[in-house]
Design a protein around this ligand. Sequence first.
Ligand code: SF4
Length: 508
Amino acid sequence: MTTTHADTATPADGGIPKAEPGKIVCNACPVLCQITEGRSGACDRYANAGGVLTRVDPLVLATRLVDEKGEVVPFLAKEPWDGRIVGDTPLPAAPTANEVFVTGVGSGTTYPDYKPAPFIVSARRDDVDLVTVVTEGIFSYCSFKVKIDTDRYIGPECAPVRSDGEVVGHVTTMEYGSQMLSLGGVHHLTGGSKREGRVTCDVMMHLGNKQAVELEVEDGAKLVVQAGHAPVINGVEEKRMRVGCGSATIGIFAQQWLGHVDEVIVVDDHITGVLTEHQAGRFLDMRPGGIRVIGRKSTPGRYFQVANPGSGWGGTDITDPLKIVKSIDTKEAWPGERVLMVSTTGEDYAYFVLDESLRLVPAEMPAAVRKVVDRIGENCEPALCTVLFMGGAGGSLRAGVTENPIALTRSIKDLLVDVTCGGAPAYVWPGGGIMVMTDVSRMPENSFGWVPTPAIVAPIEFTMRLADYAALGGHMDRVRPLREVIQTAKHRSLAWNPANPWPASVVP
Ligand code: SF4
């Protein structure tokens, strides 16, 4: 068994409940597991190592290499760490040193919250004394917001989303080019049946740990979502995120179509665009094409509801584009008129030429028109799933940081404290509390854990000047130098994610 930083693990003291013979009690969460020697508790996070309650996973240190000027230099993962760290006194004579950030991953919790955070680490940078309060929060008020880059219909807004038969969230407001899900949350974790809570917790942990999750929307699609990967909708992997709505597509490419085609209809579930009616076509003095589409006219050349939502052209249920043509105005249209119909991703397209009877007759698409269709595709970004963790850190977790919790909240709002989750930047919502939101793809692998209450365990760090920490009533007697933490805590090092700002660098 791997044992880690037993010195900081939660001691099974207090006598509630009394440990059974040969066991110890873990009080790192309200489940209070009785753990036999050599075994771990229900969540596999704490174990009985020789009669000592021990956090199983090693503490994760994120490191990067900097030169004497503090500039980041390429990190060679295979190079053995010689132990030099930034902030050493005296400064290392060597040309480079490791800058080390102690993340909350594997750190342990403060539960039942009267204790200081497991690691309160001091470090010196640019002649400023800093402190990082490091812990794992137990979050029951937390959720995952999932952005799925697709126009395809996944189900009605507010529809329940299920996993393994249990409701674990819902479809929320569609955004520009993306369908959105809100998953997890206290209602599903604790407000329903025990099974609903367990399945919800499982889905959340997998999402947070960047693993694939299978979901089903009521009266909608079957989905496979995974942070940083293309969504799979009803068994089909999505490739392209639309370039824009039908109206935007007209606006972007109108100039490039001019002279090569007489009318363009961009089919879209949101706004279907008709080039010669659209302001862009008028601005270019294009002759009205006379082709009318069904749906509700919003403004000239922009139509809502030309079809039902679906998996066809532009997120509609259309597979034959001519189905949205309502009529052809014989006073405006003319024989030989060249008409392009295209979707907002450029994946679906058809080219027609009006015959003597003003019927739309399929024809071979000229190279100049195809070039613009291809350019629509070229301008589409790859379709991805993005997963944001959202959690409320404004509760008792704060007691692990300070004896006066409101002082931490105020310091964060005053931008004196940099909040990170596993070293990834956290957006702190304005207003009350400490509501953080983090992109899980920026966090270390397997950052998330769980406890059977049920709740999600997530790393969180608060970095600030040491003087500010003292001023907000921090646990100053528990501050330990970085060097000491590195030397005493069982840890594993991983390379700092260069996409993340270094936490200390944004503290004023
Ligand atoms: S479930 Fe709770 S009590 Fe049991 S080992 Fe995990 S943290 Fe400790």
